[in-house]
Ligand binder design. Structure first.
Ligand code: ADP
Ligand code: MG
Length: 148
């Protein structure tokens, strides 16, 4: 299979670059998304060698137009389920739940928010490649992502 680099999918590089820059300016504060890790199509690990933790599509729907589709970097935590709050989306709002939790480790991550045009997906997904080696899968865990 031939993979198309993300930047090749941009139809009009100059316009899109401008819009990406604008988006970065708008993201003066991290955009925080919290949701359950669900099963995707299983392509990340199997086809690409890069597992991506897919966030509950209902939570992704709630992002709506608040955040443009794209590839972002940021940070994430696997939040203990017992202390996790309901799925939430907040832009720049201080997440007070963190103060009451034993602090889970913070990992760097790269995530994709979009329709995966390479695969013609019809549902927008948010999937994070976490920069950490995990011993096991963690489907069903709650992932908190801070998109920077
Ligand atoms: P799916 O299509 O079901 O998301 P993937 O092949 O993308 O399958 O694998 C993602 C799953 O791999 C995650 O849900 C998680 O349980 C596991 N995983 C293990 N290590 C990582 C990692 N470093 N980053 C993201 N997911 C990981
Ligand atoms: Mg995945």
């Amino acid at each position: 299979m031939t993979l198309t680099p993300a930047y090749v999918m941009i139809k009009e590089p100059s316009n899109e670059t401008m819009s990406a820059t604008e988006e970065c300016r708008r993201l003066a504060e991290p955009f925080v998304v919290t949701g359950e890790v669900v099963h995707g199509f299983g392509r990340g690990s199997k086809e690409l060698g890069i597992p991506t933790a897919n966030v509950d599509p209902e939570v992704v729907k709630a992002i709506g137009t608040q955040l443009e589709s794209g590839i972002y970097y940021g940070f994430c935590q696997l939040v203990p389920t017992t202390t996790a709050t309901a799925p939430q989306v907040s832009n720049g709002v201080v997440d007070t739940t963190a103060a009451h939790e034993s602090r889970p480790p913070v990992y760097g991550m790269v995530c994709s928010l979009g329709w995966n045009p390479q695969y013609n997906n019809t549902i927008r997904s948010l999937e994070a490649y976490i920069l950490h080696k995990f011993d096991t899968d963690f489907y069903g865990s709650t992932l908190r992502v801070a998109i920077c």
